[in-house]
Design a protein around this ligand. Structure first.
Ligand code: SAM
Length: 317
């Protein structure tokens, strides 16, 4: 059964390349750390049957509901957990799901979240400035926008949005706040820097910055990558798809570092990053900025099991 292209809501990016990079095999055990609408998960379950198992994680409870309905046919082969992948190691130990043959991160947001009217991720819909992946998180984008100092806002927009007009935008935000909705914020940014600059909407980078800050995306990614390699068995694959340069830089640095030197435990599968074909971008414009990196665990898992505290002063070398 090929369920890969039947997603009504979110089209999985680089589907064929992802399954190849994960080297999915029948009977294998896989973790999808970013379950979303379950598109990649369906392909993994399909390719790993008979006998395959999938642990699917998403911080967004709505994603879990959608994916559970979509993947109903595979219910006996999967476990879906509403948690943050920052807790990856603890989740795997709790559910005794290790070692694994492959771990996937398809970072960012799904079309479900971007197109949702009430989540505040997009400046295409008017909604409260929320941007939390999970309702259990305390801090919203509105909290950051309305309580940070002008300097803090400028730093955040520059660092997480790579926006060169960060100072001007921060100044206008402080002048016009309180800002409660996405359209109020987008309008304020337009007033600060003009309406169209090149191909992207003027609010794109500021919205990215706020989303990264609200969800601590960079910290969680760095932490989860370190945990992920300790869950892979010998020959297990780590595959990461990222959509902006801050995430991709973290993935590139991490995989290159773990693949070099005396203590190397990874081998890079693709020396050059994999990007979507023109045909895929035309079919699924959301894929246009995707970059896929993959690596394979080259050392035995049992030499470094995850329940051993590697930072302990009693550990040798
Ligand atoms: C691009 S979508 C994944 C789409 C999925 N691969 C598919 O084919 O349907 C990314 C998903 O990762 C989730 N996510 C992002 N950061 C997360 C984190 N730190 N922990 C758990 N889930 C996260 C988002 O809620 C979103 O549902």
């Amino acid at each position: 059964m090929n369920v890969m292209m039947s997603a009504p809501t979110h089209i999985p990016v680089l589907p064929k390349e992802t399954i190849e990079a994960l080297a999915v095999q029948p009977g294998g055990r896989y973790i999808d750390c970013t379950l979303g609408a379950g598109g990649h998960a369906a392909a993994i379950l399909d390719r790993s049957s008979p006998g395959g198992q999938l642990l699917g994680i998403d911080a967004d409870p709505e994603a879990i509901t959608v994916a559970r309905a979509r993947l109903e046919a595979y219910s006996s082969s999967m476990l879906l957990i509403n948690e943050n992948f920052a807790d990856l190691e603890a989740i795997c130990i709790k559910y005794n799901f290790l070692p694994v043959h492959g771990i996937l991160f398809d970072l960012g947001l799904s079309s479900l979240q971007l197109n949702s009217n009430g989540r505040g991720f997009s400046f295409q819909h008017d909604a409260p400035l929320d941007m939390r992946l999970s309702p259990s998180q305390e801090i919203t984008a509105a909290d950051i926008v309305n309580t940070s100092s002008e300097d803090e806002l400028a730093w955040l927009i520059k660092t997480f949005g790579e926006e060169r007009h960060s100072r001007k935008i921060a100044h206008y935000i402080v002048q016009q706040r309180p800002l409660k909705t996405t359209l109020q914020l987008a309008q304020t940014i337009k007033q600060a820097i003009g309406s169209r600059r090149g191909r992207i909407h003027p609010a794109t980078k500021t919205f990215q910055a706020l989303r990264i800050a609200v969800n601590q995306e960079l910290e969680h990614l760095e932490s989860a990558l370190k945990q992920a390699i300790n869950l892979l068995g010998l020959g297990g694959r780590l595959v990461v798809i990222s959509y902006h340069s801050l995430d991709d830089r973290i993935v590139k640095r991490f995989t290159h570092q773990e693949a070099s030197g005396e203590k190397a435990c990874l081998r890079l599968i693709n020396k050059k990053v994999i990007t979507p074909s023109l045909a895929e971008v035309l079919f699924n414009p959301h894929s246009r900025s995707a970059k896929l990196r993959a690596a394979e665990r080259t050392t035995d898992w049992m030499s470094n099991p995850p329940w051993v505290n590697r930072d302990s002063p009693y550990m040798e070398g």
